[in-house]
Structure formats: C-alpha cells, structure tokens
Design a protein around this ligand. Structure first.
Ligand SMILES: Cc1ncc(COP(=O)(O)O)c(C=O)c1O
Length: 390
C-alpha cells in the first residue's frame, strides 16, 4: 500500500544502491585519542589542522571565561558581547582589512555575504569545485545568473567575463576543500580588477595554515595580494580549532552585512567563550611561528611518500590530500579496511564530489606523530595494492 513516506524510503534506498548512503558514527575524544564507537583510531579526517582544538592555553581560556553558555540573542538585539568586537578587530588586522564580522559558522558567512551583496543586476562567476555553502549561497542569491567556470581555469573564466556587460562577482576558494589544490589568486586578482569584478575568497582551509612565515595570513598573504580581495570569508572551526565563521572586508561592506545579511541578523551570536578561545588560539600561533614551518615539512614528506607509492593525488599542494579512487564502492571498502587497521579516513562521495570521483580525503594534522604517519603509509601501501590502485 502506498504511504506518504514512499518517496523518502525510495530516496534512501537509492542512496544505498549507489553506495552514497551516509551514517553518523558516535565519536569521543580522549586527549589525543579518538574513539569511533568502541574502536580507537588515528583520526585523519579532522580540519583541526594545527591541533589547536585541544591546545592547553585555549582550553584554559574557555574554563576561566565561562560565565554564560550562550548569549541567547542576536548580535543586533542583546548579543553584541565586547569580546566579539575584540575578536573582530584582531581578525580584521589578520586579513589586512578595514573591518571584520563574525558569523555563527563559515557556512552562514558564505550565505550571508553572497545573498547580501548580489542584486538582480549581477552575474556570479563561481568555480566548479566551490564548496556547497557557496553553491547554496549562489542559489539563494537574487542575482539572475550564475556562471560556473571550469575548476581553476582562468582562461574559461575570462571568456565568461568578457561575454557580458552585467555587474560581476567572482567567488572562489583558497585551498579547495576536497582536492587540496590552490587557486592562482595573483592571476585571479588581476583578472577581477581588469573586469571590475567584486572578488570573494573563501579561505576556510588555508587561513591560519598558509601565509608569510609565522603570520598565518592565508592564501592572499601567500601571493601578496591581501588588498586585492574584496571580501575574505573563513571558518574558525578549521585550522584555528574553535568554532564560527567570519568575513573580513571594508567598512562599507561590513555596514551592509550588519543591515542586510539575514544569516547575521536572524540568528544568535557566537558565545563569548568561543571568541576568547579564538583570540587565545591566534595569539598562541603568532608566538609559535615554527608550527607552520614544521607542518609544511610533514605535508611535503607525506605527499612524497604517497607519490612514490603511485597513488593519484590530483593536484594537491596542501594538508588536504585526496587519494582519488573514482568508484564509490571501492572508496567505501578501502575506508572500512583502514578503519579495521585503526585509521579513520572518510570516503568522500557524491554529492560532495561528482559521481565517479570518490576519494579518500586525508587531512594532515601538525600534531600527528611521525611514527603514526609511517604506519599510515604502510597500511595505504598494503591496501592500495589490494584494490589495484597502485
Ligand atoms: C570551503 C569551505 N567553506 C566553508 C565551510 C563551512 O565552514 P563551517 O564549518 O565553519 O561552517 C567549509 C566547511 O567544510 C568549507 O570547506
């Protein structure tokens, strides 16, 4: 007999048949150890790239500052805590911008910015591998048209830019979340200028990782084009190890966001203790410049090892290292086998990446021990051969 839930049951069945069904696993952190269910595993999936989420100074800041769990209010009502304002000043300086505005998450920052700044007169030009939060933002935006340019293909972008006289917004990422490759921001910034476009950069995965030695200013700083990006968007729950998102830009844009951005206006403010945690994490990083240097030595070594084994790593040049597999079922089986060996690396499948482009997404962490990485390489070698990938 037909039921009102038939379409949902069918949808879930289709996910299972296509090997793209997802499940939530209960996890628990005990110090540096990660438990999934009852199994102790080495976690190579987290975006806590610098290991700051368990940093002692950050944790003690939270313990000492915890006076209220949540402001339980929007920033514009009664949630505009002085420590959010303090954090915003630090973030603005960090991104060499006039101003910064904290959002509850990076996801909301993308939605909030792109919907607020675009109008029906704009065309948004978006890289084909942009994160889902950018895709959703473009869909929500009032702009009449969204043009997708081929991933990191600036010739294609320029062709699209030239094809219209409309007002233009270009949006891209610093380090791409599922491929780990880098945008050529120097060239892109030049192109944006030439075509009088607003340039938005989501630097979620590169902020506090890339940048001038020990300054951690992200991809704009890496290319020396900090002032050519109109709007910087980032997450505070990746390399900085805390929670939240932010937008760094001019006073003009910040003013618009405060007045128009629904994802800023109609939601509760980030709690004070999280702002203080971010402030402590940033100050810790700026005093510990070598973390970045040592991390990049580790990343280079690891990528080298995998290249020598013969894995397809796409075009990665960062701490995000995909092992491109293609078939969803093989990716899942490979990930399950790694799990049995005490290594947690998720199989990334559609719709996060295109169908037939499944992969294992390894995210390296500055605090992982070298001996553990050697063990991971050994297991990847064994299983790569089992699945005829190498
Ligand atoms: C490129 C990119 N932007 C934004 C986000 C969202 O950040 P948040 O986790 O703070 O919502 C993510 C999350 O994975 C991301 O990969």
């Amino acid at each position: 007999m037909a039921s009102k839930y038939d379409h949902i049951i069918d949808q879930l069945q289709e996910y299972r048949e296509k090997n793209i069904y997802r499940e939530l696993l209960p996890s628990q952190i005990k110090g540096n150890i990660f438990y999934l269910g009852k199994k102790k595993v080495l976690n190579l999936c987290s975006n806590d790239y610098l290991g700051l989420s368990q940093n002692n100074s950050v944790l003690s800041t939270i313990r000492n500052s915890l006076r209220q769990v949540s402001p339980c209010s929007s920033r514009l009502v009664s949630g505009n805590n002085i420590n959010i304002i303090r954090l915003e000043k630090i973030l603005a300086t960090h991104r060499s911008s006039e101003n910064a505005l904290v959002y509850p998450t990076g996801y909301m920052a993308n939605l909030g910015v792109i919907t607020a700044i675009s109008s029906s007169e704009h065309i948004i030009f978006s890289d084909s591998l942009n994160h889902s939060s950018i895709i959703d933002a473009c869909r929500l935006a009032k702009s009449n048209k969204i043009k997708i340019f081929r991933h990191n293909d600036l010739d294609h972008l320029e062709k699209l830019l030239k094809s219209t006289k409309a007002k233009k917004i270009i949006v891209t990422e610093g380090i791409f979340s599922m491929d780990g490759d880098m945008v050529r921001l120097d060239l892109l910034a030049e192109m944006a200028k030439k075509h009088d476009s607003i340039l938005i950069l989501d630097d979620a995965h590169s902020d506090f990782v890339f940048g001038k030695f020990g300054n951690y200013g992200g991809i704009p700083e890496y290319f020396g084009v900090e002032n050519d990006v109109d709007i910087h968007i980032s997450s505070l729950s990746k390399a900085i190890g805390c929670f939240g998102g932010y937008v760094a830009s001019s006073n003009l844009i910040t003013d618009l966001l405060i007045n128009k951005s629904r994802q800023f206006i109609y939601t509760s403010a980030i709690p004070e203790h999280l702002c203080l945690a971010v402030i402590t994490a940033i100050s810790f990083l700026k005093k510990n410049k070598n973390i970045q240097k040592e991390f990049f030595i580790k990343i280079k070594w690891f990528i080298n090892q995998l290249n020598q084994l013969g894995f397809d790593l796409g075009a990665t040049s960062s701490q995000i290292i995909p092992i491109i597999i293609g078939d969803e079922k093989i990716a899942l089986d490979f990930s399950r086998d790694l799990f049995k060996n005490g290594i947690f690396i998720q199989a990334i499948r559609y719709p996060t990446v295109s169908l037939g482009k499944a992969r294992l997404r390894i995210s390296l962490n500055a605090s992982i021990k070298q001996s553990h990485l050697c063990y991971v390489i050994k297991c990847l070698d064994k299983l790569g051969k089992k699945y005829y990938l190498i």
